[in-house]
Ligand binder design. Structure first.
Ligand SMILES: [Fe+2]
Length: 262
């Protein structure tokens, strides 16, 4: 009997020691042991939405030149508005973002998208400044690419089919998009996004928030801040939204739509 208890005690002690050794050694790599936290919509990462092929750098943030002249979008937006919008408003988001990050080299190494999808990792004392200005920089970087002097007309190909399937027709989509833009109270944006269920959806965001902050991939977006239209359209936001379709760059939007569903 004594021998039995000795063997049992030895077995239990050996099991405990082996368990401790296993826990300390941890043979499973940490990267594999933890679930992925990379935000995605379907299979597409939200950490690279600024350009079709790359994310937006914050080391330092830089104001890229407009891809066309100030007066090139006159079918919808006058040259003075474009100049102020890009050279003053967008430039100030870039400068303010760099100012917010100047004491934080580790944050500068991250992309603008990565800061926005994980704002809780940004120190509280600069979080609002980063939210507003990283958002402003990202939104406007996307916005300039969504317009073209050769823009307008109707989409073709897969994006056209998907818009028709989702909204019934291109006209209905435009009406719903414009109505959402008019209804956005105060300053903000109206977007066509792809949601995690791989569906197209119209959403609006306040201030300079970007849809990636809600897990949505921005395909198409219009700026409904007054600085985007007030010089020409005064308080007539609906008229601006209506005319804006004359400069919409469908090939670029089609590319973004394809990327968002990959
Ligand atoms: Fe703007």
């Amino acid at each position: 009997m004594i021998r039995f208890w000795r063997q049992t005690r030895l077995f239990v002690l050996t099991t405990i020691v082996l368990a401790i050794l296993l826990i300390c050694h941890n043979p499973v790599p940490i990267a594999e042991a933890q679930p992925s936290t990379t935000p995605t919509t379907t299979n597409r990462s939200l950490l690279s939405v600024a350009y079709p092929n790359r994310a937006l750098s914050a080391s330092p943030a830089q104001l890229a030149p407009l891809p066309y002249g100030y007066g090139a979008l006159a079918k919808a937006i006058d040259a003075e508005t474009m100049k102020l919008h890009h050279d003053a408003h967008h430039a100030s988001y870039v400068n303010n973002l760099n100012d917010a990050l100047k004491q934080y080299p580790d944050l500068q190494k991250r992309s603008v998208e990565s800061l926005l999808v994980d704002l809780n990792s940004v120190p509280e004392n600069i979080r609002t400044k980063v939210r507003n200005n990283a958002g402003g920089h990202l939104n406007h970087t996307i916005f300039w690419q969504l317009m073209s002097p050769q823009g307008g007309g109707e989409p073709t190909g897969a994006i056209a089919q998907e818009i028709k399937q989702t909204f019934g027709s291109f006209d209905t989509f435009k009406k719903q998009f414009n109505a959402a833009g008019v209804a956005r109270f105060g300053s903000g944006w109206v977007w066509l996004v792809r949601n995690p269920q791989n569906q197209l959806q119209i959403v609006t965001t306040a201030n300079q928030d970007n849809p990636i902050m809600e897990g949505l991939y921005p395909i198409l977006g219009n700026d409904v801040w007054e600085h985007a239209y007030y010089l020409k359209y005064r308080n007539r936001r609906a008229e601006y939204l209506d005319n804006w379709w004359n400069v919409v760059n469908w090939p670029q939007i089609s590319r973004r739509s394809q990327l968002s569903s990959k």
